[in-house]
Design a protein around this ligand. Structure first.
Ligand SMILES: [Zn+2]
Length: 148
């Protein structure tokens, strides 16, 4: 049984985060993981308004639009994701400093190594705790709320 601090994703969702990150190279990409509880239903790419290989800033209008759409569907922000192109999947000092929301998991995908590496963290007032990523093999349950 996953515990309350885990984040539950399907393989397809992980694949789409990896594909998004690869498409944004050499810069970081970012997005929102929408869902219920700790289970992700939708991976929502958000434009990086400050494109850089070492940082990101979510485009505010796209972010607001995504949050409105989530509210309409009854979803909440399970996580926020971004990629690291040249460093490990660990929050940078800037990531910790800019983590204003203690609720959602901070999911980081690193493309620095031989294989993509995905990790999740809880960042609260400068304190970083790793969260487990649980892969849900039951794709039906997590692919899009409209099917549920
Ligand atoms: Zn980062």
């Amino acid at each position: 049984m996953p515990n309350a601090h885990d984040i539950i994703l399907s393989r397809n969702q992980i694949d789409s985060i990896v594909a998004h990150a690869v498409s944004g190279l050499p810069n970081e990409v970012c997005g929102i993981l929408a869902g219920r509880g700790n289970r992700v239903f939708d991976v929502i790419p958000i434009k990086n308004a400050d494109p850089s290989p070492v940082g990101y800033f979510m485009d505010t209008s796209q972010q607001i639009r995504a949050i409105r759409m989530m509210r309409k569907k009854g979803l909440n922000q399970v996580g926020i994701y971004h990629s690291h192109t040249e460093s490990d999947a660990l929050p940078s000092a800037k990531d910790v400093e800019l983590a204003f929301h203690p609720g959602p998991a901070y999911v980081i995908l690193s493309l620095a190594g031989l294989h993509p590496e995905l990790k999740a963290f809880e960042i609260n007032k400068g304190l970083v705790k790793e969260r487990f990523i649980v892969i849900d093999r039951n794709l039906k349950a997590t692919e899009g709320v409209d099917d549920v």
